[in-house]
Design a protein around this ligand. Structure first.
Ligand code: HOZ
Length: 427
């Protein structure tokens, strides 16, 4: 594939932006080669500035469950943009989207919109601390909750990929308030809460992890967290920035039947525009200013364009059978990938329409398992797919996303390309 225009842009970008990108994983450093620069997205496809087309399984890292530029979302945005781009004042759209979120997540009795998942998580942690009057936060190794200071401790996603799970620039005093435990290890949580539970404000978890690749909770792990946190007066925060409206309309809470005290959302609720939200039990959310003493604010919070894309996206997700047919397509991809790997040391882990191909011989249940995966082989797999016009996440510790725009023919084409990519990975 010829990528001359992308190459020139990347050269210029590297002079102006750290690593030539605005988010580290995009730089392709984990997989080698150089990123392509996108000219447009349409359905399941991206086209780069050199005119190459890629079947896209990154989907902007999760938001695009309907695919790129869904006609109904684009039409709603076109209509909305003419009425202004930001008011810094309340709109009916915020009420509409809040009601739609509330309907999907009964545990979210009140919420606030922000502009990113990172912001949602940072705010939820502050609320948890304000409500409980405790300082410590329990998180899980390999889970990534955005780049807020206290959460860049044993963090997954790009932080793990680039060897900075404990980022420079985070004050030691802040990091000390974070306790990182192995995902799926309920016994470790029990011990920690028995030891210091009275100092712990919250346990935060990606209920299905997307940020060390897709890692599912063991049966009983989430309900065990629910039970232990309640026993110790600790708030349970589900970071559903990825899983919300992805695993099911009501996210992991619907899929696993475990309600959280606070929920963080992002990605899909903004239909591809920058949005986050945090919400939960009324008595907790009543701590937020102007009702209560926990301060949180934002100029672009509840932005009318983001709300419009969110309202329209959620409306489309409510179509009968939406999640069932999406899951069927993702299951076909999973099975095809497994067959294409032909018994090599490969694990395909899937939850609903998110999946990861791990180059390892054992099931991945924790960060210890994930980091054993062979990243060099993943890199070769990725590059071979890309040269065949299939764009998978450019790092091992990320999820691939199937969207409603991926057709059966797209899935078949991906499986065909994967056969050669697995062979290239093994070489
Ligand atoms: N760490 C993000 C995905 N889990 C990457 C986001 C981006 O590069 O846009």
């Amino acid at each position: 594939m010829q990528r001359e225009h992308s190459r020139r842009l990347f050269e210029e970008a590297q002079r102006l932006l750290p690593g030539g990108v605005d988010s580290p994983v995009r730089a392709f450093r984990a997989v080698g080669g150089e990123p392509f620069f996108v000219a447009r997205g349409e359905g399941a496809y991206l086209t780069d500035v050199d005119g190459n087309r890629y079947l896209d399984y990154v989907g902007s890292w999760g938001p695009l469950i309907l695919g790129h530029a869904h006609p109904a979302v684009v039409a709603a945005l076109r209509e909305a943009v003419g009425r202004g781009t930001s008011y810094g004042a309340p709109t009916e759209l915020e009420v509409t989207l809040a009601a739609a979120v509330q309907e999907a997540f009964p545990s979210v009795e009140m919420l606030r919109f922000v502009s990113s998942g990172t912001e949602a998580v940072m705010s939820a942690i502050r609320v948890a601390r304000g409500f409980t009057e405790r300082q410590k936060v329990v998180k899980f190794e390999g889970c990534y909750h955005g780049h807020g200071d206290g959460l860049l401790v044993r963090a997954g996603s790009g932080a793990a990929t680039f060897g900075v799970p404990d980022s420079a620039g985070v004050p030691a005093a802040v990091a000390r308030e974070t306790i990182a435990l192995p995902f799926n290890d309920l016994e470790a949580v029990r011990r920690a809460l028995e030891a210091v539970g009275r100092e712990v404000a919250c346990v935060i978890v990606e209920p299905v992890v997307g940020n060390m690749g897709v890692v599912l909770p063991r049966p009983g792990f989430l309900s065990g967290l629910r039970e232990l946190t309640a026993r110790h007066g600790v708030l349970l925060i589900f970071d559903e920035v990825i899983t919300g409206f992805r695993l099911a309309f009501g996210g992991a809470q619907e899929a696993f039947g475990v309600p959280a005290d606070l929920t963080c959302l992002g990605k899909i609720i903004g239909g591809g525009l920058p949005v986050g939200a945090f919400g939960g039990r009324r008595e907790i959310m009543e701590q937020v200013a102007p009702l209560g003493p926990v301060y949180q604010a934002g100029t672009l919070s509840g932005n009318p364009l983001a709300m419009t894309a969110g309202v329209e996206t959620l409306r489309l997700l409510k179509t009968t059978g939406f999640y069932k047919s999406l899951e069927e397509r993702a299951a076909a991809l999973e099975e095809g990938l497994r067959a294409a790997a032909a018994g090599g040391a490969v694990r395909v882990q899937r939850a609903a329409s998110m999946l990861t191909v791990f180059f390892t011989d054992r099931e991945v249940r924790s960060w210890n398992d994930a980091e054993r995966a062979d990243r060099q082989r993943y890199a070769r797999f990725f590059r071979s797919l890309l040269e065949q016009g299939v764009y998978f996440p450019p790092a091992q510790f990320e999820a691939a996303f199937v969207s409603a725009a991926h057709t059966a023919a797209d899935i078949a084409e991906t499986i065909r390309a994967a056969r050669a990519a697995f062979a290239a990975a093994a070489a």
